[in-house]
Design a protein around this ligand. Structure first.
Ligand code: DOR
Ligand code: ZN
Length: 436
């Protein structure tokens, strides 16, 4: 039996160590690995100077299939994910048809298996058609081949408090979680960007922070009442951080995510009216960013999730009011986290592993992802060159869409290789043998 020897990489940026992978599992680690006879005639990857982390796990991505295969497919989204260092991705259900039945979630799950680049875990819709009227068949999705554990109407809020209560009650039976897109619809009718000084100047209808905070306050109280798990998607305001912190303090079963774009970009980006910066929830203020970064460092915010939202050019390259909200994220997330959290000293590599792999796997109920780099664990790994810098070119992305807000920006840190159960899925910008 031959193995794969990843030689000289630094697990979590610490002391360099050799890693021997046999049959998709870490078989030896450290000085023993290179001496192991199974390393003798296997492949050797020279990883000196590279950091090795657990393969990244994205709890929030839009892969658009079925229905909008012109914007993204499960296969192209999987390729973008592998290139971004991910080994597992959760796919949001705002597809056409909506992923609100066992049939559709199984379809997405199988497409993920066929692409074979990352583990694709469908998220099920909370309500039928995401219309917020009645609960979807959550148990049927949970017991399907896709074994759905995360449910969300993302793109829209489950705004009816009774439906939200029932959903929380329902998923308790199988330790599922409701991932809420926190947006009070009445407070955000026609909203185009963060409500503040910039929106007033630009004459765009504002999306006030309180529209997010009111729902998070309500839902943490409902989660207390029901004793169930709530996950808050894409936290974007300082006030939301306060509410989640207070809930955690009193023992609420709540977790929260922040996106890379909410850690880096502000509402001033809207000044050129370029819809590539239109996103929901909207980009906020520098003061919000500071609080979000601190909360991610302290653990009040548990994870980084991309909210990768590909849009075809006809939906995005139009006037601001009519453009679809959302931005690409999978191929830039790690670099943006390095720029916003690692370089300023807010997170070390252990911290990056925690917020981008370990915690998202735990929240999503995966027991074979986000695992420690240790003997006996599945070899889901990402090699990162921490010294590299690169310039973002949307046209080079594996994604079918081009709506990156980082076009032309130089970012730190480069994914050099991604391994799914010991198999290389992306290497130096090339995915599974195909140049993209
Ligand atoms: O900006 C966004 N885009 N926010 C969402 O909640 C949905 C997403 C999409 O599906 O494009
Ligand atoms: Zn959302």
């Amino acid at each position: 039996m031959t193995g794969l020897l990843i030689a000289g990489a630094s697990p979590y940026g610490e002391e360099p160590a050799d890693i021997l992978v046999v049959d998709g599992v870490i078989a030896a680690l450290g000085p023993d690995a290179a001496r192991d006879e199974r390393a003798a005639d296997g492949e050797i990857v020279d990883a000196a100077g590279l950091v090795v982390l657990p393969g990244l796990v994205d709890l929030h991505a839009h892969l658009r299939e079925p229905g909008r295969e012109d914007a993204e497919t499960v296969a192209t989204g999987s390729a973008a994910a592998a290139l971004g260092g991910y080994t597992a991705v959760f796919a949001m259900p705002n597809t056409d048809p909506t992923a609100d039945t066992a049939g559709v979630v199984e379809q997405v799950f199988r497409l993920g298996e066929q692409a074979g680049l990352v583990d694709v875990h469908p998220i099920g819709a909370v309500t039928v058609g995401r219309r917020g009227e009645r609960l979807a068949e959550l148990a049927a999705m949970a017991t399907s081949a896709a074994r759905v554990r995360v449910f969300s109407d993302d793109g829209d809020c489950v705004s009816d408090p009774l439906l939200m209560r029932r959903a929380l009650e329902y998923v308790k039976a199988f330790d599922g979680v409701i991932a809420q897109h926190a947006q009070e619809p009445r407070l955000t009718q026609g909203a185009q960007m963060h409500e503040g000084e910039v929106s007033a100047r630009l004459g765009l209808t504002g999306w006030p922070a309180v529209a997010e905070e009111a729902i998070i306050a309500r839902d943490t109280l409902l989660a207390d009442h029901v004793g169930s798990r709530l996950h808050v998607c894409h936290l974007s305001t300082a006030g939301s951080v306060q509410i989640v912190a207070a809930a955690k303090q009193r023992g609420t079963r709540v977790t929260a995510e922040v996106t890379p774009h909410h850690l880096l970009l502000t509402d001033s980006s809207a000044e050129g009216y370029d819809p590539v910066f239109k996103v929901n929830p909207p980009l906020r203020t520098p003061a919000d960013i500071e609080v979000l970064r601190a909360a991610l460092a302290s653990g009040v915010i548990d994870i980084v999730a991309t909210d990768h939202a590909p849009h075809a050019s006809q939906d995005k390259e139009t006037e601001w009011d009519n453009a679809s909200p959302g931005m690409l994220g999978l191929q830039t997330a790690l670099s943006v986290v390095i720029a916003t959290m690692v370089e300023p000293g807010l997170l070390d590599w252990r911290g990056v592993a925690r917020v981008m792999a370990e915690a998202p796997a735990r929240i999503g109920g995966l027991d074979d992802q986000g695992r420690p780099i240790a003997v006996g664990e599945p070899a889901n790994l990402v090699l990162v060159d921490p010294a590299a810098r690169w310039t973002v070119r949307g046209e080079d992305f594996a994604s079918l869409s081009r709506n990156t807000p980082y076009e032309g920006m130089e970012l730190p840190g480069r994914v050099v290789g991604t391994y799914l159960r010991g198999r290389c899925t992306a290497s130096a910008g090339v995915v599974a043998g195909v140049q993209v």
